[in-house]
Ligand binder design. Structure first.
Ligand code: MTE
Length: 309
């Protein structure tokens, strides 16, 4: 199936509403009313529509988005996650929120997402292997959640962790990475309106291989920053350790903003291959900040981005 988008048309305009409203959300929303966290905090999110950031490029086909993945917990080949991730139990799901925050607690998926209307957003996601996709995400701004849990003044960074459950995640049997998968953002990056918690794509719940039930999307950074299947969000004062930076610090920095000027030690990052374009299609020039410079460059104006890669 091919989905085409015009500038002024959103996925929800061309799709019947029941299809693009997240099914899980409908069920939980109807049952829960205003959700209350296990920690006691009211978590009903204030989610606002944000179609400003939707790109006009044609989205990558659903089959490609769901069958060409990086999710090392399920194996290292691109096709491994779509074969193995069905083993992951994604409901019930809890996310622990801790550290320097006024409302820490263990919140259920339903607490986190609440009964808000999920918004359809279309973003470009480019990955570190110099391939890229355009994904119509369903999600909400991470800032919505952060505001609800009220970070304290000492909190400067946000750290994320993926589930560690080797009995369901076959890749965790190997010591390939130092599990659990970890990522982090500076607090201002985490608060940026382009930073999403995604719960779906193409109007449906997230497929397991794409990071169900909830994952990060940071579209101006290389794909590995977009951590999947999140179970912990911590507010901390110091830059947190992150998986690929720990693994290969010279190759993967904490920031990992998309930067065509800075080559990876083993390959150029000046161009990318759009997955689904075909093997012989012309490579595309990679844009600084993945094309989102107008929105995000200001956060790095006093930094040397060749050093802070
Ligand atoms: N999150 C976890 N927990 N484990 C992973 O291996 N891979 C990252 C990121 N998030 C990864 C992860 C990498 S390298 C990329 S490129 C993106 O997920 C891929 O997301 P996609 O498969 O949905 O395109």
């Amino acid at each position: 199936m091919t989905y085409r988008f015009k500038t002024e048309l959103r996925y929800s305009d061309v799709t019947p509403k029941p299809l693009w409203l997240n099914r899980r959300q409908l069920i939980s929303g109807a049952a829960a009313g205003i959700a209350v966290g296990v920690g006691g905090a009211t978590m009903a999110p204030a989610i606002t529509r944000n179609s400003r950031y939707s790109v006009t490029e044609e989205p990558t086909e659903l089959d490609v988005i769901t069958q060409y993945n990086n999710f090392y917990e399920f194996g290292t080949r691109k096709e491994d996650p779509s074969r193995n991730a069905h083993r992951l139990t994604t409901s019930p799901w809890e996310v622990k929120i801790d550290g320097m925050v006024a409302k820490p607690g263990t919140y259920s998926y339903e607490d986190i997402v609440g009964n808000a209307t999920l918004e359809e957003r279309i973003y470009r996601l480019r990955c570190v292997e110099a391939w890229s996709m355009v994904v119509p995400w369903v999600g909400f701004q991470l800032s919505d959640l952060i505001e609800r849990v009220e970070p304290q003044s000492g909190a400067k960074y946000v750290a994320f962790e993926t589930l560690y459950r080797p009995e369901e995640m076959n890749g965790q049997a190997s010591r390939l990475l130092d599990w659990p998968y970890r990522e982090g953002l500076r607090l201002d990056e985490a608060m940026h309106p382009l930073t999403l918690l995604a719960t779906g794509l193409y109007g449906e719940d997230l497929p397991n291989q794409n990071g169900a039930p909830i994952r990060l999307v940071v579209p101006w950074k290389y794909g590995f920053k977009s951590i999947k299947s999140i179970v912990r969000i911590s507010f901390v004062s110091d830059m947190p350790p992150t998986t690929w930076n720990m693994q290969a610090p010279r190759e993967y920095g904490f920031y990992s903003n998309v930067n065509p000027m800075r080559s990876h030690p083993r390959w150029s990052q000046a161009t990318e291959r759009r997955v689904g374009d075909g093997l012989f299609a012309k490579r595309r020039e990679t844009l600084m900040f993945n094309g989102y410079g107008d929105e995000v460059a200001g956060m790095y104006s006093d930094m040397d981005l060749m050093d802070n890669y």
